[in-house]
Design a protein around this ligand. Structure first.
Ligand SMILES: Cc1cc2nc3c(=O)[nH]c(=O)nc-3n(C[C@H](O)[C@H](O)[C@H](O)COP(=O)(O)O)c2cc1C
Length: 341
């Protein structure tokens, strides 16, 4: 598959793979019912600050796509939805555009939505050899406010044409941190970040991570859905590989990092659980795609409302009037999660 075919395969397949091979363990985070201190959901303050901007809700649209014609209408609909609800959006990997500026489909959303808070995305291995001039150009041409750099070793191994230079990833991250034109946030793509990785990132000067843990979209399942995958036998056992989202968030917080929790965030209650574990924002990817494919932009707005309302209900029931208070409410961890942490 070439890069464009692969991207199309990702958007056509990911929304169909509804049952993840493992749990995010967010269902092992129990916030406590607090009827004495319960508050009105409408009065709960869910606004938060992210990189100096005020967001109406602690939710970010995680990186998905761009660089193929099919991405243009989807990304524009996402951008409009984000502006309506004052939340940020991240683009999918910019690598097609960085190689060829004609491949701008879905990346130039700020042309019509200038108020959007927009993040770019690039692979850490690719960043190791990237001409920074190209990144400067992309930043200015697309109006990027921040940049995600992704670590995706299992995803690279799961692609027959994947990049095997996994040891170059930290070089790429350091290069981007030195570049320093916009805030650089490090993310996985759905297999999580270990304690050791998180400590190394922190020591290298990284401030923000998106743990993108397992329990949501699995890029291994996406790649294995290709017919006649040559490595199927080797890869099948790795379907349960990865660090679930809940423990990864707790470790990232412990490491002293600012945290976005993503990977299997599907409900407003999930968002509340992540925030209670110490995340500042919750990232959601595949559900937007599914909502758009099922019911267009209206479906995206509906999903946003479901997430926001669920978060308000969880905070109201747990007696947390603000996100800060939510981060300090008591919680009980289930056995499986307790074992991880
Ligand atoms: C269609 C699709 C494409 C994606 N492409 C990228 C990408 O280009 N770069 C990246 O860092 N993550 C990418 N991701 C991963 C997401 O940003 C996110 O980390 C992961 O899907 C977990 O979130 P979810 O369970 O809500 O889908 C993609 C996810 C999907 C569903």
């Amino acid at each position: 598959m070439d890069a464009s075919e692969r991207k199309l395969h990702h958007i056509n397949t990911s929304s169909q793979l509804i049952t993840p091979p493992v749990s995010s363990l967010l269902d092992e985070v129990f916030l406590l019912n607090d009827p004495v201190h319960a508050c009105s959901p409408a009065a709960v303050d869910i606004s938060t600050k992210f990189l100096g901007r005020v967001l109406k809700a602690p939710i970010i649209v995680s990186s998905m796509t761009g660089g193929i014609p099919e991405a243009a209408t989807f990304n524009l609909a996402l951008a409009r939805m984000c502006v309506r609800h004052a939340i940020p959006m991240a683009l999918g990997s910019l690598s097609p555009y960085l190689r060829d500026h004609d491949r701008i489909w879905g990346f130039d959303v700020k042309k019509s939505e200038p108020d959007l808070m927009l993040g770019g995305n690039i692979g850490a291995i690719a960043a190791a050899d990237l001409e920074l001039e190209r990144l400067n150009h992309a930043m200015e041409a697309l109006g990027l406010d921040f940049m995600f750099v992704h670590l995706n070793p299992l995803h690279e191994l799961a692609q027959p044409e994947g990049d095997r230079h996994l040891h170059r990833a930290m070089d790429g991250i350091k290069r981007l941190l030195d570049w320093g034109r916009v805030p650089v946030l490090v993310k996985e793509v759905g297999f999580g970040l270990s304690k050791r990785s998180l400590d190394t990132l922190k020591e290298s000067g990284v401030i923000w991570v998106d743990v993108a843990g397992s329990g949501g979209t699995s890029f291994l399942d996406i790649e294995l859905s290709r017919p006649n995958h040559p490595d199927r036998e080797v890869l099948e056992p790795f379907r349960t590989w990865g660090i679930p989202t809940a423990p990864a968030v707790m470790w990232a917080k412990e490491a002293g990092l600012r945290v976005i929790g993503s990977g299997g965030v599907r409900t407003g209650l999930d968002v509340a659980r992540l925030l209670a574990l110490g995340a500042q924002l919750a990232g959601v990817a595949a559900p937007w795609l599914r909502a758009w494919q099922d019911s267009g932009e209206e479906g995206m707005d509906h999903l946003y409302t479901v997430l926001e309302t669920g978060l308000r209900y969880a905070m109201a029931l747990a007696g947390a009037g603000t996100i800060k208070e939510l981060q300090h409410v008591p919680r009980v961890l289930g056995d499986r999660l307790a074992q991880w942490v």
